[in-house]
Design a protein around this ligand. Structure first.
Ligand code: UDP
Ligand code: MG
Length: 309
């Protein structure tokens, strides 16, 4: 028998816990045929509703269900990391509890592992059911990210991934505090098979990601997997030196030809505002990296466990 660990991050998802469990078990015939044993790892990411209670109810009827409760909300990335650490399986798969990662894909995904792939990843080819502005910014983010980072980050990639123990261990070896999972998967490499599917709408409840949270998350992603923004300061510096040099020449020539050195106060104000804006912007970029480095050197734990059943 082989063991498959199913890692499920949950944050205020009491209505979805049992539905998810039932949906996964619809593949029971397949699990039996392939001699796969299951282990459900529900990671309760500091939920304030009855998520933990729901998982315990499931556990009463099924020993394969495990619950790890965090002391507060640490974020999905931390939950995934905790799940991977707890997973004992020969294979592990991460899935959203809201059924946006269809469990019906598991047999197909497993077939690729059998063919020798190290990991099977999924991406959604449509974003229907999602606000238009959100999709637009998501696309922009992936375009930009792939320009400035050497790590490949696939547009529409989900965190829904099935992988072998070897890949799990590789991901666990990355102990960084600022975890951007999509980048980490790309960074570790290995032979990955991509499966595409149509976007599925959330089973019950609301999304936990506001536009603002996603925006901050995208900045995390950029600082974690690219240092290109740091070069912006240098490039702009060179550019402005060049423009300044031209302006000096223009001023001198104008003075010699027309003898009017005092005019141009408005343009001076514009230039000063522009340049100080650019300087602050660049300082901000450096600050972003500095703050990430600061959090990283503190070596705080990625999550804290309140309950582990
Ligand atoms: N989630 C989590 N911690 C958080 C936010 C979300 O564990 O701080 C979980 C959530 O319960 C769900 C998954 O991450 O299982 C994806 O969240 P959601 O469905 O809200 O995101 P979306 O699918 O809208 O991107
Ligand atoms: Mg979702």
């Amino acid at each position: 028998m082989k063991l498959l660990s199913i890692i499920v991050p949950c944050y205020n998802e009491e209505e979805n816990v049992a539905d998810f469990y039932r949906e996964v078990l619809k593949n029971n015939a397949f699990f039996q045929e392939k001699e796969l044993e299951l282990e459900f790892l529900y990671i309760d990411d500091g939920s304030k509703d009855g998520t933990a209670a729901e998982v315990k109810k499931l556990r009463d009827g099924d020993e394969r269900v495990h619950l790890v409760s965090f002391s507060r909300n640490f974020g999905k990335e931390a939950a995934i990391y905790a799940g991977l650490q707890k997973a004992k399986g020969d294979f592990a798969v991460m899935m959203d509890v809201d059924l946006q990662d269809p469990p019906a894909l598991l047999p197909e995904m497993y077939s690729y592992i059998e063919q020798g792939y190290d990991s099977v990843a999924t991406r959604r080819v449509t974003r229907k059911g999602e606000p238009v502005i959100r999709s637009f910014f998501a696309r922009m983010f992936y375009k930009l990210m792939n320009k400035i980072s050497r790590t490949e980050i696939v547009d529409g990639a989900r965190d829904y991934r099935l992988m072998t123990r070897q890949v799990v261990d590789a991901i666990l070896a990355m102990t960084e505090y600022n975890r951007f999972t999509k980048g980490i998967f790309g960074w570790v490499g290995f032979e990955t098979k991509w499966i595409e599917f149509e976007n599925v709408e959330r089973n019950k409840g609301e999304t936990k990601w506001s536009f603002w949270k996603l925006f901050l998350y995208s900045i995390d992603g950029i600082t974690a997997f690219s240092t290109a923004p740091l070069a912006v300061a240098s490039i702009m510096g060179v550019l402005f030196c060049f423009v300044a040099f031209l302006l000096i020449v223009v001023t001198i020539v104008r003075k010699l030809m027309f003898g009017d050195p005092t005019s141009g106060w408005p343009s001076l104000v514009c230039i000063i505002s522009l340049v100080s804006g650019v300087q602050l912007f660049c300082l901000g970029i450096v600050g972003q990296y500095l703050s990430k480095t600061y959090m990283e050197v503190k070596r705080r734990p990625i999550y804290l466990i309140k309950e582990d059943i």
